[in-house]
Design a protein around this ligand. Structure first.
Ligand SMILES: Cc1ncc(COP(=O)(O)O)c(C=O)c1O
Length: 387
């Protein structure tokens, strides 16, 4: 139905049913021209290009993201090449010599998981990790943990990357936070441009983190953070973009920061992905395909997929092995991929190999096999899956 929008990627990979968009979504055709425009603008503006980007392309992208998330102030949005850069920037807000208390879950992506485990070696970091499973009690256990003590940093996903389960909405637990100073971050990578998301109730309190290379379909190199308004935090890991307006002043003395989201910026980056992402937002507008409409189509695909696997009577690919969760409070329980938890890592890798031989690309980690759903699939495509 929407395959005509993805002809370049589909033709480059013929006869493949790509079920790993949750890892890296195909790019719509419009992004190709956008990529070339970046090159042409670089030629046209050369060393003036930063001024050009920051007065045109970046405000356009901030506006697009603010509209997507229902934010009142686009200037609170700041960019980096990946979310890991923001993760480390958040950690650098805290004095490394002082004790640090962090609350998180065991469903966080490697960028946070690895970095937070590494800083345990400092010896003064306390990391409390709430297990996601059982999902049925997660919301309650998470809220209890949030309220159990003062935390300097709370970090949780919007949708867990290793299950597709939607985490409890902040409204379920935010009132349990003890301190106004607690830095709270939601990693929205698996929610952004997949699930309709209204961040306006939280924009003044919670950092939101996401990027382009999954459901936003703009490819790698463009992540962003929504910084709460009035934030006066001073990350130690800071680059010259964080005080763009002050660059003409003499540089010396205390380091100053922008008053908007840019205070969390780093330094020079490749903005090609900003062009691609703007082109994707324009495409959704032209096609009248906002996130809610795309999400409805994905739900149709998910239903067709489940109905197909029901017919297979498969030992592994069946509903009883699906990781499901009911810890979310709103309308969504699942992101845009399903996860099967199987008996062992060997069973999973053998099954993934068999699927690959049938022309079905999935991805897996340990005992979990993930099937993702994308606009460039049709409900009939799943017949290809024989297990
Ligand atoms: C939940 C989540 N956050 C972040 C990322 C990307 O991290 P980074 O931008 O640091 O590479 C991923 C990638 O799969 C993810 O699943």
């Amino acid at each position: 139905m929407y395959q005509h929008l993805y002809q370049h990627f589909l033709n480059a990979r013929p006869n493949l049913l790509h079920c790993a968009p949750h890892s890296h979504y195909y790019w719509p055709d419009v992004t190709r021209q956008a990529q070339l425009e970046y090159w042409d603008d670089s030629a046209r503006y050369a060393d003036e290009k930063w001024g050009y980007f920051f007065s045109t392309k970046i405000p356009e992208l901030q506006h697009n993201i603010a509209t997507e998330l229902h934010l009142s102030d686009p200037e609170q949005i700041v960019f980096a090449p990946n979310t890991h850069e923001f993760v480390y920037r958040f950690l650098s807000v805290f004095d490394a010599k002082q004790p640090l208390h962090i609350l998180t879950t065991d469903g966080e992506f490697h960028s946070f998981n690895r970095q937070s485990r590494r800083i345990l070696e400092r010896g003064n970091v306390h990391l409390e990790v709430v297990p996601c499973q059982p999902y049925a009690t997660f919301a309650e256990r998470w809220r209890d943990a949030v309220g159990a003590q003062s935390w300097q940093l709370i970090f949780i996903s919007q949708v867990f990357y290793n299950s597709g389960v939607v985490a409890p909405e902040p409204e379920q637990w935010i009132s349990a936070v003890h301190d106004r100073e607690t830095l709270i971050v939601v990693d929205g990578y698996h929610g952004f441009c997949a699930l309709p998301t209204d961040w306006s109730p939280y924009e003044e309190r919670i950092f939101y983190l996401a990027g382009a290379y999954k459901y936003a379909q703009g490819g790698e190199g463009m992540c962003f953070a929504v910084v709460p308004k009035g934030c006066s935090l001073r990350p130690e890991y800071t680059g010259w973009f964080a005080d763009f307006a002050g660059l003409a002043k003499p540089q010396g003395g205390a380091v100053e920061y922008a008053q908007n989201g840019m205070r969390f910026a780093g330094a020079t980056m490749d903005f090609t992905a900003a062009y691609r992402l703007n082109a994707v937002f324009a495409l959704w507008r032209d096609e009248k395909l906002p996130t809610a409409a795309r999400h409805r189509y994905i739900e149709t695909l998910q239903q067709a997929f489940l109905e197909h696997i029901d017919t297979l009577n498969h030992a592994h690919l069946n509903r009883s092995n699906l990781v499901t969760g009911n810890c979310a409070s709103g309308s969504y329980q699942h992101g845009h991929f399903y996860t099967f938890e199987l008996a062992s890592a060997e069973v999973v890798s053998e099954l993934a190999d068999r699927l690959k031989a049938q022309g079905v690309a999935t991805d897996y980690r340990d005992r979990r096999l993930r099937f993702g759903f994308a606009l460039y699939q049709t409900p009939e495509d799943f017949r290809k899956i024989q297990g």
